[in-house]
Design a protein around this ligand. Structure first.
Ligand code: ADP
Length: 591
């Protein structure tokens, strides 16, 4: 882990410094208390031994009193330890959870500011995995790591100091073994890190697949493509199992290796200590204390081993979290100002754009190349042409969903880049073919147009969108839950809700992107009336393939793969007798 990563991690501790310090204090008390027991045992054994050998200073009664006194002292100490352990287990986890909550807040906030391009290239499941699984591991690391590191550190240093006093030669022999353990742990570290990373990645992919599959369940049913979905899932699931198995293999090697090294350490203490005892260099009490202290020396090593895993998981999770946090946000340009309600004149001046990297594709291959359009305030421009020509894209450039590479887009003569995004977007309403409703009530969904709207305003918007009567006929009225993505409503009803949203927002600029294309003719006719009312007095950009709806536009622009192919009023284009006239005649005959 890089230093800057650690620094960013530490930043999350700041609001919890008080609790965290107390947590550390408790860890300190626990680790010191754990060092007491072997010394007490040594004292008791040596006193009894002295009495038996006739070399002790205490009488039998004195020894008994000492034993009881020490026992009582230990009992008190252990009660304190219980309290400290409770604090560590409870508040330690609470600190972790609060930090996790803080990080989740940051990541969600960041997700709200990322450009749409990020979402075009990232699967939802992967994002979910970062927000949930990864951050859980991070929070576990956040409190366990410092607690255990502290506990282990104190115990190791403490037991070392005490062991040296008991028998420094034996202590040195044992401590010479520690570098071997550290070297082994470091060697395994890299392998485990890779294994954990790959496992995380696979979890993300698997989440993405399940999410995708569940969202597409209707398509799966309709096309009876269950086997295909199963195959796809089984492949990813298999890859996950393989990655996970490799992770457990590396964990297994690590664990068994570490345990073996520690067993060797025990063995050395036993044999070495035995020899020293045999030679009379140490007392039985010291020998026993030595063995017990080896335990308090091994315990922190064990803790560090567990910590190691946690650090691996947590660090991998935190790095993935940072990866997301470091995705560049959509930022307003320097000096951008918030605009109020605009008049609504829109101008495209020599605008170029493509989703692909423009360096690698030629200028003439750009999706939008050197485009000029002028729409006076309150007028309507219709975009028509074959699918894939870039009509939707063009609409999305106005609210700056994507950044143009050349030229300028002006609203009321002002470059949209000089406006804050929020204020720009507040001036634009979009009614598109795909209506997205959030899981929630009808009221909440309409209120997306204006969160400050009163119930009356919401109802007025619904009335103008011709959906009020229908809503009122539902048992729960405006409180009816629309279901995930609005599954409980028909296409026409969803579209009316989105129109009501636009009414409520009341923007000077309106984009209708194939708003009625997914609807049947009868529904389209009804909705068309609402849309006409919605468009009144606004600057409108209408994308439609049903030309009856664009006929009245002030200008019709025909866009094909090469860019603007024709432009003019309906009459002018019919006279030109080009693409538009052909399409119109075809549809007219069809009708
Ligand atoms: P239209 O609205 O005229 O049907 P679009 O603007 O939707 O056309 O799409 C124009 C082209 O841009 C298509 O070739 C499409 O594949 C591509 N495209 C659309 N959206 C994206 C996106 N988010 N990322 C990459 N390419 C896209």
């Amino acid at each position: 882990m890089k230093f800057s990563t650690i620094r960013r991690f530490i930043r999350y501790y700041r609001p919890h410094m008080k609790l965290f310090s107390l947590d550390m204090l408790c860890a300190l008390v626990v680790s010191i208390i754990d060092l007491v027991y072997p010394s007490v045992a040594e004292k008791i054994i040596d006193s009894c031994e002295g009495l038996a050998a006739g070399t002790g200073t205490l009488t039998a009664e004195g020894i008994l009193r000492t034993i009881l006194l020490l026992g009582a002292l230990l009992l008190v100490i252990y009660i304190v330890k219980m309290g400290c352990n409770m604090f560590i287990a409870y508040w330690g986890h609470v600190i972790g959870t609060r930090m996790q909550g803080h990080m989740r807040h940051d990541v969600f906030h960041h997700l709200q500011t990322l450009p749409l391009k990020y979402y075009d290239n990232t699967e939802t499941g992967t994002i979910m995995s970062k927000v949930y699984n990864d951050l859980f591991d991070v929070s576990e690391l956040a409190h366990h790591a410092p607690e255990n590191f502290f506990l282990a550190g104190i115990m190791m240093i403490g037991s070392f100091v005490i062991l040296v006093q008991k028998c420094w030669q034996l202590t040195l022999i044992i401590f010479l073994f520690v570098p071997i353990i550290v070297a082994f742990a470091l060697f395994m570290r890299k392998r485990m890190h890779e294994a954990f990373s790959s496992c995380r990645k696979k979890t993300g992919e698997m989440n993405a697949d399940v999410q995708n599959s569940v969202s597409g369940i209707r398509v799966t049913r309709a096309y009876t493509s269950r086997d295909h979905e199963l195959d796809k899932f089984d492949r990813i699931n298999g890859e996950f199992v393989a990655a996970s198995s490799y992770r457990y293999k590396s964990m297994g090697q690590f664990h068994s290796g570490m345990t073996f090294l520690m067993d060797l350490l025990y063995l050395m203490a036993l044999v070495g200590g035995g020899i020293f005892l045999y030679r009379g260099a140490i007392t039985i009490g010291a020998f026993t204390a030595f063995l017990l202290y080896i335990n308090s020396f091994l315990k922190p090593i064990n803790m560090l081993v567990a910590l190691f895993e946690q650090v691996q998981e947590g660090a991998t999770g935190f790095e993935r979290f940072l990866g997301l946090m470091d995705e560049p946000e959509e930022k307003d340009d320097p000096g951008a100002v918030a605009v109020d309600k605009v008049e609504g004149t829109i101008a495209f001046e020599h605008v170029s754009f493509d989703y692909r990297d423009q360096e690698t594709i030629g200028d003439d291959k750009l999706l939008i190349h050197d485009l000029n359009i002028e729409i006076p305030a309150g007028k309507t421009v219709a975009l028509v042409g074959p699918s894939g020509g870039g009509k939707t894209t063009l609409c999305h450039l106005i609210p700056r969903f994507y950044e143009i590479s050349d030229g300028r887009i002006l609203i009321d003569g002002q470059d949209i880049r000089s406006m804050t995004r929020d204020s720009l977007r507040a001036n634009i309403g979009i009614v598109a073919q795909d209506v997205f409703l959030f899981n929630g009530t009808i009221r909440e969904n309409i209120a997306y147009g204006n969160f400050n709207a009163s119930q009356q305003e919401i109802e007025e918007a619904a009335r103008r969108a011709n959906i009020h009567d229908h809503i009122m006929s539902l048992p729960e009225g405006y409180d009816t839950n629309v279901g995930e993505r609005g599954v409980r409503l028909s296409g026409g009803q969803k579209q009316r809700i989105s129109i009501a949203r636009a009414f409520l927002k009341n923007p000077p600029i309106l984009i209708l992107d194939e708003a009625t294309s997914a609807l049947d003719n009868a529904t389209e006719m009804q909705i068309q009336a609402s849309l006409e009312e919605l468009g009144r007095g606004r600057t409108e950009i209408v994308v439609a393939h049903r030309l009856s709806t664009v006929k009245k536009a002030d200008e019709i622009i025909v866009i094909d793969e090469r860019g603007v192919a024709e432009r003019g009023t309906h009459e002018e284009l019919m006279e030109q007798d080009g693409i538009y006239a052909g399409l119109y005649r075809y549809q007219f005959r069809e009708a």
